[in-house]
Design a protein around this ligand. Structure first.
Ligand code: DND
Length: 244
């Protein structure tokens, strides 16, 4: 699998995230990866049931999907995917990549999983992490406080699959955005305005959110939060949205 666009295989970037909420840091990472690594498109894959975020409350997967959809409308090369939202199990990248691989002949597509350096450094704890290099290349974008040198600590097979990518550092995080909302501070210019409006309209991340845990777990089901009106599952299928 090559990192430069020489073969005729379609080069698909996969930007996975909890996206709670999605912000300009995610978008910049995806756009820089697309242009520098030479990707044909980038799929944004919100985790349906982010197993690694069980200890805090996470906005419903439908809210996070809608925020992702609103964001991707602004870039014709970005496509939201429901693949993890529609899966009834906890979200794991290896399952997503295998499912995507299943849709395409191997010579037709190369996958590039786009992720921040912080996430890459924890990858050895992901489900079947040793399988990931067989399924995709990993574009590791830098983040403030995480030196590229830290990649040396990863197992060789994982390291060999990594394409390190320097991007302009944006010190924006979903944690900081949620904190600002709790504290009634402005979140303007940290994320697209449509997402900001959606957050306020649905009353997401207000102070009382701190008190309970992840609502997206398979036990509680992936149901719309808030009043639940109009945000039903199943309107769009993952294949439609992933362009498969
Ligand atoms: P996060 O919860 O870190 O997402 O999850 C990232 C991906 O890892 C998702 O696809 C997860 O399903 C997958 N994962 C995690 C743990 C275990 C397993 C899989 C498993 O398979 O077992 P966030 O929404 O917080 O962030 C999304 C991405 O954007 C991350 O890679 C993060 O590093 C990056 N990012 C930034 N990059 C550049 N500048 C910024 C960024 N803020 C976040 N300001």
């Amino acid at each position: 699998m090559s990192s430069s666009p020489k073969s005729s295989a379609r080069r698909i970037g996969i930007m996975g995230g909890t996206f709670d909420p999605i912000h300009y840091g995610h978008l910049l990472a995806a756009e820089e990866s697309r242009t520098v690594v030479g990707l044909d498109e980038v799929l944004f894959v919100p985790a349906g049931d982010p197993a690694h975020k069980r200890l805090r409350r996470v906005a419903s997967c439908e809210d996070r999907y809608i925020m992702t959809l609103l964001t991707t409308l602004e870039n014709k090369n970005f496509t939201p995917s429901r693949i993890e939202i529609d899966r009834k199990e906890p979200s794991h990248t290896v399952d997503t990549l295998r499912e995507m691989r299943h849709w395409y002949a191997p010579e037709k597509v190369d996958f590039f999983f786009i992720t921040g350096l912080d996430a890459v450094l924890g990858m050895t704890s992901w489900k079947e992490s040793e399988e990931l290099p067989k399924l995709c290349r990993i574009v590791a974008v830098n983040r403030p406080g995480y030196p590229q040198k830290a990649l040396d600590s990863l197992p060789e097979a994982l390291r060999d699959a990594i394409i390190p990518l320097e991007i302009p550092l944006l010190s924006i995080s979903s944690t900081e955005i949620r904190r600002r909302i709790e504290e009634r501070r402005s979140i303007k210019y940290l994320l697209p305005e449509t997402v900001e409006q959606y957050i306020y309209k649905k009353g997401l991340y207000r102070k009382y959110w701190r008190t309970s845990i992840n609502e997206n777990s398979a036990h509680s089901g992936c149901t719309p939060a808030g009043d639940g009106r109009g945000l039903r599952r199943g309107g769009l299928k993952s294949k439609d949205l992933c362009g498969a």
